[in-house]
Design a protein around this ligand. Structure first.
Ligand SMILES: NC(=O)c1ccc[n+]([C@@H]2O[C@H](COP(=O)([O-])OP(=O)(O)OC[C@H]3O[C@@H](n4cnc5c(N)ncnc54)[C@H](O)[C@@H]3O)[C@@H](O)[C@H]2O)c1
Length: 699
């Protein structure tokens, strides 16, 4: 059932019932329309109340219908809204908990609105690169004023019902009930009270004006242009609300529809919608059913209080989960806890965290030098030095003390999780939890599935990730997993680009203009150039013939390890993160070119961007084919949440789809002709070649 119909004396109650949030899917819309019809036919019914069952009045569109014919099938939302508005009997919305998007637009078509306190009211369409397309931009300004409405529409953020109800002169809510529990009783009484009122009040008939219209909208446009540079939706929201103030209601609706359609077709909205689903899909693992019983995780242990260990521990403390942190020496504990305190204190200073919350969080932390104190841990996360010998020592000790069924996780970035698992007698309980630095801030978590990792361990770790507010993606075991394996190719291309004639600043600027948070050279300076150096030394042993620019090694030989030493590809002033180009580095690159007999050439920004981005795409296609990633959208999630890929482009594979895979491959073939590049790398991955041959996209 998607909406139920009941008559209480002389009032009909239509209850939306489409869990979890009463999305306005086709069946719900049909049932709502049928309910309205029935109530109008029944002479005994004097008024109608529309409400929502369970956890919401309505969260708006039914996301399961996005992109399907059902989303627009009649009766579509516009039709239902007209039916409500034109109903000859008064229609009262009884609103509680969640009233968002299409749900709010539906309520705005009702003749009256009764709301419970604590309800989240929002028009969040902008978050998907859209605007409210069912009258929201035309009706909301009429009931709460132009400026308040535009704020809600441009931000998409929820506002509490009692706050709105308390604003003098607002006409969104006719009544705020005493409590959520009394909503239905009060709504029924209200409906009886207005049953005979005529004419029925319509929001569309209210005036909509701003006293300094032109100046205000110019100001609003300037504001959103600065805040949302790569997203067209906020500026179109301004246009739509301006239309509400300048056009007749019906013409304003048409303007809204036109702007909505333009956004619907924009690449930015497609990217945001793709990511919306990609993020939800990431938590689904093909062969692990969603009803897999989870292991209980009430106590966590973290081994190592270094850069990563402290940040990892903070995630759990923030979620109210007690953590025991183990180190080798008291000094290491002191240093690690000191860094955590400093992080929290900075948040307190900025007003982002209350002092008492900070204290509560730290009170959940205990430290130890003894493995005996880890006996009760449900989940242990190892974050010690990246050395297989040290990992072996740690995992053998853990195996000896922790209780059966505890999950043993490693935060390793490069080591083989299967090998680590084999140090224990319980490889089924071992998994990789690859956090990103700073671990208390970065949203991404790569969950590395070992050969023997049990399904319930995976399911539990995915659930834990949600609890600590991470976006988790499952990766198979390989060097670098998903993210770092791809970034290695990207950084290699960046090296070739400077060999051929670019400066580090030119490469960084081009890719930052494309939308990346940070170019490859600034990124390497931040991560530490010595890390890449160590990896290249290892690679030289594993793949002696591998082609790469030697400039990064020369840089490290000069001790230019990056921000931590104040010099890398750029110079840094203490306390600042600004990257200042260094003439010596540029001269070093020029000398290197000479030594290799390379005549520098001018490389265009387009070429820079395509070589960097398509190197990610080709490696991603290998990763998919090998089953290291379960689906293409997982790779986009990794790059958006872990590597600063521009959100408005939806991730590397969404971008490749938009660019056209045929064009991507044709471009790669051109790159393969460049004698200074790596022709073998630019052979399209078999999966990519197949998709092009079949005229398909990454799905
Ligand atoms: N730094 C990053 O950006 C990053 C990102 C993702 C993953 N990682 C991985 O996280 C792990 C830790 O990296 P880090 O940067 O935090 O290193 P770090 O050197 O800052 O910290 C390691 C800590 O482990 C402690 N330690 C070493 N051996 C120990 C043992 N046997 N028992 C208990 N404690 C021990 C050390 O005293 C030190 O405090 C590594 O596996 C690394 O690959 C690091």
């Amino acid at each position: 059932m998607t909406a139920s119909y009941q008559v209480h004396g002389d009032v009909a109650v239509i209850t939306l019932n489409n869990p979890p949030v009463n999305g306005l899917g086709l069946a719900t819309r049909q049932a709502l329309a049928a309910g309205l019809d029935k109530a109008q036919q029944d002479a005994a019914v004097k008024a109608i109340v529309i409400t929502g069952a369970g956890k919401a009045f309505s969260g708006g569109a039914d996301i399961t219908e996005f992109g399907t014919e059902k989303a627009f099938a009649e009766p579509n939302l516009h039709t239902v809204i007209s039916l409500v508005e034109q109903c000859a009997k008064p229609v009262v919305a009884a609103i509680h908990s969640v009233c968002m998007g299409g749900g709010l637009e539906l309520s705005l078509a009702c003749h009256y609105r009764v709301v419970a306190p604590g309800c989240n009211v929002a028009l969040p369409e902008v978050k998907l690169g859209l605007l409210p397309g069912a009258g929201g931009t035309q009706r909301l300004p009429r009931v709460i004023g132009v400026e308040a409405a535009l704020n809600m529409i441009v931000s998409g953020e929820p506002v509490k019902s009692e706050f709105i109800a308390g604003v003098p002169g607002q006409k969104l809510f006719d009544k705020l009930t005493a409590s959520a529990e009394s909503l239905m009783d009060e709504a029924l009484a209200f409906a009886r009270g207005i049953a005979d009122a005529r004419p029925l009040p319509l929001v569309r008939n209210l005036p909509c004006k701003h006293p300094q219209g032109d100046a205000y909208f110019q100001f609003a446009r300037n504001m959103v242009r600065g805040m949302a540079k790569n997203f067209p939706a906020p500026a179109k929201c301004v246009d739509a609300v301006e239309a509400a103030t300048k056009k007749k209601f019906a013409d304003g609706l048409l303007a809204e529809r036109e702007l909505f359609t333009q956004l619907m077709w924009s690449a930015e909205s497609r990217a945001l919608r793709h990511l919306f689903f990609a993020e939800r899909a990431a938590s689904k693992i093909p062969d692990v059913s969603s009803d897999t019983p989870l292991r209980e995780v009430k106590k966590v242990a973290v081994i190592g209080a270094g850069t990563m260990g402290g940040g990892i521990a903070m995630n759990f403390l923030n979620a109210g989960i007690p953590v025991t942190m183990l180190e080798m020496k008291p000094e290491a504990i002191e240093r690690g806890v000191g860094v955590m305190r400093k992080n929290y204190e900075a948040q307190v200073k900025k007003g982002k965290l209350k002092q008492d919350k900070y204290e509560q969080r730290m009170a959940l932390l205990t430290t130890t030098l003894s493995y005996d104190d880890l006996k009760d841990a449900d989940l242990v996360i190892e974050a010690v030095f990246e050395d297989i010998g040290v990992k072996e020592q740690v995992f053998r000790q853990l195996d000896a003390v922790v209780k059966p069924g505890a999950i043993l996780a490693s935060n390793t970035s490069t080591l083989d999780v299967n090998r680590i698992a084999a140090f224990t007698k319980r490889p089924q309980d071992v998994v990789g939890m690859h956090f990103f630095s700073p671990a208390n801030v970065m949203k991404l978590l790569e969950v590395v599935r070992g050969e023997k990792t049990a399904k319930d361990v995976l399911a539990t770790v995915m659930a834990v990730a949600k609890k600590i507010r991470k976006t988790a993606v499952v990766a198979g075991v390989c060097d670098g997993f998903i993210g770092n394996r791809m970034i290695e190719q990207y950084v290699r291309q960046a090296g070739f680009l400077i060999d051929e004639g670019c400066t580090p600043a030119q490469v960084d600027k081009a890719i930052e203009k494309f939308g990346f948070a940070m170019g490859p050279f600034r990124m390497s300076d931040l991560a530490g150039n010595d890390i890449g150096w160590a990896i290249r030394k290892r690679r030289a042993v594993e793949h002696p013939g591998m082609k790469y620019s030697k400039t990064a090694d020369l840089l490290c030989e000069q001790g230019r390890f990056g921000q931590k030493v104040g010099k890398g590809w750029y110079d840094y002033v203490p306390g600042k993160r600004d990257a200042i180009p260094n003439a010596g580095v540029v001269a070093m690159i020029e000398d290197y070119r000479k030594s290799q007999g390379i005549t520098p050439r001018k490389v265009t920004d387009d070429e820079i961007v395509q070589r960097l981005v398509f190197s990610l795409v080709n490696e991603a296609a290998h990763i998919l084919e090998e089953g290291i990633a379960n689906k293409a959208s997982d790779i986009d999630v990794v790059y958006i949440f872990g590597y600063g890929f521009p959100v408005f482009r939806g991730g590397p594979l969404n971008y490749a789809n938009e660019f056209g895979l045929f064009n991507v491959v044709a471009t790669m073939k051109r790159f393969a002709q460049n004698p200074l590049d790596d022709a073998a790398f630019w052979q399209p991955a078999p999966l990519l070649a197949r998709l092009v041959a079949q005229g398909k996209r990454f799905a």
